[in-house]
Each structure stands twice: as structure tokens, then as C-alpha cells.
Design a protein around this ligand. Sequence first.
Ligand SMILES: Nc1ncnc2c1ncn2[C@@H]1O[C@H](COP(=O)(O)OP(=O)(O)OP(=O)(O)O)[C@@H](O)[C@H]1O
Length: 868
Amino acid sequence: MQSPSMDSTLKKYFGYSQFRPYQKEIIKKVLQGRDCLVVMATGSGKSLCYQIPPLVVRKTAVVVSPLLSLMQDQVMSLQQRGIKAEYLGSTQTNKNALSDAEKGAFDILYMTPEKACSLSQRFWVNLLEAGICLLAVDEAHCISEWGHDFRKEYKQLHLLRDVLLNVPFVALTATATEKVRNDIVCSLLLREPQITIGSFDRTNLFYGVKSCNRSGSFLDELVTEVLKYSANAGSTIIYCTTIKDTEQINEVLRNAGIEAGMYHGQMGSKAREESHRSFIRDEVRVMVATIAFGMGIDKPDVRCVIHFGCPKSLESYYQESGRCGRDGLPSICWLYYSRADFGKAEFYCSEAHSENQRKSIMESFMAAQKYCALGTCRRNFLLEYFGERSASDCGNCDNCTGPKRERDLSRESFLLLSCIKSCGGRFGLNMPIDVLRGSRAKKIIENNFDKLPMHGLGKDNSSNWWKALGGLLLAHGFLNETIRDSYRFISVSPKGVQFLCTANTTQQKPLLLAVTTEMIEEEGVDSSQSKTGDHQSVTSFDSYGFTEAETKLYNMLVGTRMKIAKDNGTAPYAICGDQTIFKMTKIRPSTRARLANIDGVNQHFVEKHGSIFLETISLSSHELNLELDCVGPTVHIQSSAPKALQQVSQRKPAAAKIEAWKMWQNNGLSFREIANSPGRPAPIKEQTVISYILDAARDGCEIRWARFCEEIGLSVDIALQIEMAISKVGARDRFKPIKEELPENVTYDMIKAFLTMEELGLSVKQTLTGTSSDGQTETTGGMEQHHRCVESPPKKLQKVDEQGLASLSASEATEDAIMEWVRSHDGVSLEDTIRYFGGSKKDSVIGLLDYLEGEFLLFKKNDLYIVM
Ligand SMILES: Nc1ncnc2c1ncn2[C@@H]1O[C@H](COP(=O)(O)OP(=O)(O)OP(=O)(O)O)[C@@H](O)[C@H]1O
């Protein structure tokens, strides 16, 4: 029997019609038997890379995962998709699990590293005989002592290589430095692995920081914040740095009538399990926890993660906040810190075993402090910390969305820098600040600092205000901070010295700096209003564009999902994701086919729960006076910026993009003509036009790809060379190294076009020659592939050649005939199918297509029917 395709497997089991970046190519490599190392952000969809192959080749995938609770959740979700998944571990109650596993009864088999290393040789030999397609090592950074979750059992996994001789190993992690990556490759003995490194940018997450004084009013604000998400049926995790804080916040929430779960290391394992269980099942919407609650959570619909206290490093902050919005919906990460948190360096350093380790802990902690004190784009800061560059500010963090609060701080900066310089770089920030504020403490007198000209000149601002300014000057490179013998020393950097040289006590060059919330608060102005107001819509229903009636329908569907989950003893997210409920609310399908066509709806869901959802939609829509079967593709909420912000910040580029796209696609102008078009205030670069049109394609606009490739000179040959270069470099977004692997004549535009086409599931070869990847010539001949534009009226997507249609135009539609017709075309439009079956009535052809789609015998991708 022929193996199902990757696309049909994705739709059948996961309900998605498009692979995310990198997924398809990693899966292809695994299917070719190649070892892979996958370093991609949390929530980017790494799991699919090992979950799809077993379903395509019908052999077991073994997945080594560090935590039993995580495995159980993953198995639960997979089973709800109709996938045979199981785990081996101490909490397994199915006595036959082991013997079934070695007979190859499962598609996906999870186990801990300890289990994997303790299973008998016999087990592995039997499983090999039954069929094993890969061994995945999830959270692979646990292999490395440099990683933050070292597990020594992971170090033994290479022993399995002696038994599983030709089985590809796939290592996956969300965070890995080069050192950790090398450790993973060496320890698992990966052979010429395909290394894929994705972006760390989690575009759907809003990042924000608030300074707090831990007072009652601050806790009130926290409660208001939490209520906002739970009222919208969203889950929140509050991470605390100590068990004491965890208990206190839990108490505060309880007093405010918010039921919250709690999770920390001093609770018994039963109590922790119960907390975990009720959170993932949405029985409680809020979890207050120490970071012990982290890696073991697979819940994709956490809408808000709040850190109460400055985290110990940006690595851990990125990981913990990364638990938020894994389903790609807009979600929020807040960090609440107080100045007192910065004194905790010693506490974190107690974990150190050597002076070097101590230094590295301090440095990590200092980076986290810098993040708190930042007045500029937070996402860019995080990305740069992880070695990624970004051309512009994100527009989706508090500093980007808040009112621009740049101020000329040249005088204050001059005072602080010159005072630090005068103190000789022998102290931290406290001493120069005390001098500025006119302190006559013993140490100041002893050092004669009271004689300095700036002594007492900074009285007007509080000590914390000056510390916040110090943080800003550090972040902007005017100051350096170093650690010696666990003490922190502050000194003026060359940039700071340069600033001092051009100024004196009375005159300085303007120095515009964005003041932080903390500075504003210290000045006695309540900044919270403007700050929180900006992001309010990020996770509220109006950011989904819901009407009041739709909000009601959404809540009813959430209720239906909850009931089904309870009846099935599972978590609501395992039944279907929020994104799918959102789309059901907007589209309001009336038939199985229309339901099946929704992104995220898989075969198991339609078969098991389709009728109850269809019934709820039909009845409730009737009651709420909502139309059924609305047009779906315009429903798109991947973007995460707050609504108001989206409107403002996207207006300009979107308009320019669409204008360029229309000129190219509809008016037939060349890139050069568009770049120099007379209506433009100033000419733009041809490359800018090309990137506008590629962006428009990614946004869903229809593109004549063959013409596009021709115009930029992208041939099949060049496409092959690009593919090889990417594979050599091992990353798709590192344009420069890819370009360096290629001959001079291959341009950046060609590389970008190639990648965009891949992202959209199009092949250059197929586009230019009309030949599918397996070498078969399609009946579409040289027809161009189109990608649908959500803004333009629906167009014919793919034409079958006129002769073929004419000669067969009298065909009569039956289930078999339609299946045969679609099978022979690898993607065919509704229009062409109706024309082909000219011997039957249009309605009966549509009815049969609907039936076949509802039964998951056909599925639609880019509005073309494809055989499942
Ligand atoms: N091609 C896709 N289209 C739409 N959604 C997808 C796709 N692939 C994965 N997802 C969804 O994205 C979410 C996160 O995926 P997944 O759990 O695989 O991420 P991950 O990279 O393994 O994250 P983590 O590092 O947290 O384990 C899941 O809800 C998953 O169903």
C-alpha cells in the first residue's frame, strides 16, 4: 500500500493544512533516515517533526522525554487525535503496555531516559523487527552539563545506537548555545546531522515589565490583571522566586475570590500532581508556582505568564515565559520586579561550585536586571541576547506601545557619569548615588567624596530614580559593570567618557533616553494607567473582532469542549485548540465538510465530536441571529500586536505592500517600473518592491509565481543550488552564509523567493515545469500555481487544460469517479471539477465533494481538493 503523503497526514491527524517553517524539510530528512538536531523556539511545532514520520511510514517512533507528567499529557493529546500513543513509566497502569510496545502496536511510544536505558536488548530487537522509524530525544539540552537542566541519564542514550543501528536519531530543544549543541551532537553520536536552527522570536507574545514595591496597591493591580484573563477563559501562570511569595500570592488571589492552583517543591508529589491536573483541565485558571512548574507543562493555551520577581537569568525567563501562547494566539508576558530583587545575586550564587560558575551566574543575573531597566524594545534586547538581529522595533512590548517617553537626560547623565568617574570605579552604583544625593555617611567623608563638586547636586531625585538611570546608562553602553570576587563594580565606558568630554556641569549635548516606568513612578506620576491600557485588547475578545453575539457563541463552544473533555477524562485543549474554537465561531459551519475544512479540525474530532459541535453551532447561531457558513479565510489572528497598535503600525507597510502587489499582479508592471513609478514621492529600491510582494504572498495574496521566478531569474537549476546551500548551512534564516555557499549570480532576492515559496508549500520545479516532485507531469501543463489572496475576490485557482476537459465533459459524478478525478490531478479546483463532471448537476457534484471531505477521503489545501 502506498504511504500517505505528509500533507494528508498533517490534515488527517492534526487538522492543519500548512506546515510551519522548517517542519516539512526536517520530516523529509528523518524519512530519509538522516540524524537531525532541531533547535527551535518553544511552541514552534518541534513535536510534529517526530510525530508525523511514524504516521506516514506506519512504524513506531520512540520519544525520550524527561518528565512523566509531560509524557502523560502528550499521550493524552495524541490519543484525542486518533493516534496510537503510549508511554512506559512507573505510573503506567496498562499491564500490556510493554509487550504491546515491543510488538510495534503504537505509533508513538514515550519513555524517560532511565527507562530507555534499562529496557532489555530483547525489547529493542523485537521492536526493531516490528518496525521503528526514529528515536527522538526531546529537551535534548538535558544532555549537556552546560545546559540548565542537566540529567545524567541522558548521557547514556548513545548506548542505544549499538542496537538501533540504522534508526535516525532526532534531538530537539528550544534553547541551546553552540557549546550545548556540540555536546548534544557528540553525546548522541549523531552522524552528519541535519542541523536546523530556527528563530527565537515568539511574535505572538507581548513583553512588558513593571516595577513594584510589593505593597497592597501593587497586589491589587496583580489581581486586576489576573481577573482580566480568567474572565476571558484564559489561563495564567504566576511564577514566584520563593515558596513564601508563592503562598502569599495564592492567599491574596484566594481572598479576592480567584481560585488558583499552587505548585512548589515543598508540596507533596500527590498535591503537586493534583494542582497540575486541575490546571491543564481548566478546572483552575490560575497557577501560582515556583519555576519547579515549567518543563512539565504541555498546555498550549496559557494566555498570560507573570513573573513576580526578577528571574535569575534571561535564559530561564525566555523558557518560562515561553510557556505562554504556544498555540500562536496573542498572549502576554509580564515581569514585575522590585529593586530589592536585585540584591538576590548572593542567593543565586549559592548554587555555584566554582568561582567561574559564580561569575557566570552573576553575569546572567545582571542581564536579567538590564532587561528590567530597559527603556527600549524588549523583544530586540531578548533576541540580541540570544544572538539574533532585528532590523526594527517590535511594536509589541510595553516600551514600543507605551507613549514615547523620551526625555533629554543629559544633565542627570552627566552628573551620574562624572560622579562614578570621580569615585574611581571602585564601587557599585550605591556610593556615587549617595554622593549625588548629598549623603555625609562615614565612608563618604573618609573618601573625601563630600568635597566633590557634584556632591548633593542630585537631591531632587530619589535613590531608586538614580539607580534606574544607572540601568539605562548601562543598557545604552555609557557604563560598564564588572564582577570581581563576587562584588559588582561600575565604571564609565569609553562611550561614557566621550560623552563627558563634550560636556561640563552647565552645558551638555542633548541625550535623549526613554525613561522607565520606575523612574516615572519615583517622580510621583502614576504610570500604570497608560501602560496597562495599551495592551488590554491583546487577549480580550475584541482583539478577535468578535461581535457580542459571537462572544456568546464562543463561550458556548468553550462550554461544549469542556463538557466533552470531562466526559472523556481529558484536558479541553486535547479536544481542540482555542484557535479552532475561534474559527468555528467565525465560520459557523453547517456541514461536516465545512467543519472538516477548518484549520485544526482533524478526522478523529469530526468523527467523535463533529455532530455535537455542529448541533451547538446550528442551535446557538439560530438563537443569536447569526448566519451560518460564513467565508473563512479572512479569519486570521496569528498577529499578536494589540488591536489599536496593529491598526496604526501596520497601516503604512501594508498599504505600500498591497499597492506594489496590485501594480505587479494586476497591472503587469515590472519590479523596476514599480520602483520608479511616477506616483511615488521618491523612487524605492527594486529589492524593496520584491520583498513587498513576497510579504504580500505570505499574507495570502495571489501571485503568478512562474512570472515572478522568471523576472528575478530564479531557475530550477538555481533553486537546486539554493536547496543544497541551505542544507549545508543547516539554517534557513542565515542568509549571508547561504549566499556565500552560492555562485555570484545567485542573488538574495532569489534566496528569499525560494524560501517564501517553500514556506507556502510551492516548489520552484513544479511551478516552472509543471512537474511534481516525484517526476510526474501534471495535467496542468505549464499552468501557474497561485496562492490565494484573502483581500481579493475568489479567483480560479488552478485550471485543468481545456482539451482534457472538453474530451471528458460528459462524465457523470459518483464517489469513485470524483476520487479518481482528484487523484489524477494532485490538487484540483471546485470549478474544474464541476466542469469536468458536466454530465451531472452542479449541486450533486458539490454534495459528493462535501461528503468526501467530511469523511476525510479528500481535503482542501489552498482551495484545491487533494486525496487524503
Ligand atoms: N503546522 C502547524 N500548523 C498549526 N499549528 C501547529 C503546527 N504545528 C504545530 N502546531 C501547534 O503549535 C503548538 C505548539 O507545538 P509543539 O508542542 O510541537 O511545540 P514545541 O516546539 O514542541 O514546543 P515546546 O518546546 O514547548 O515543547 C501546538 O498546539 C501544535 O498543535
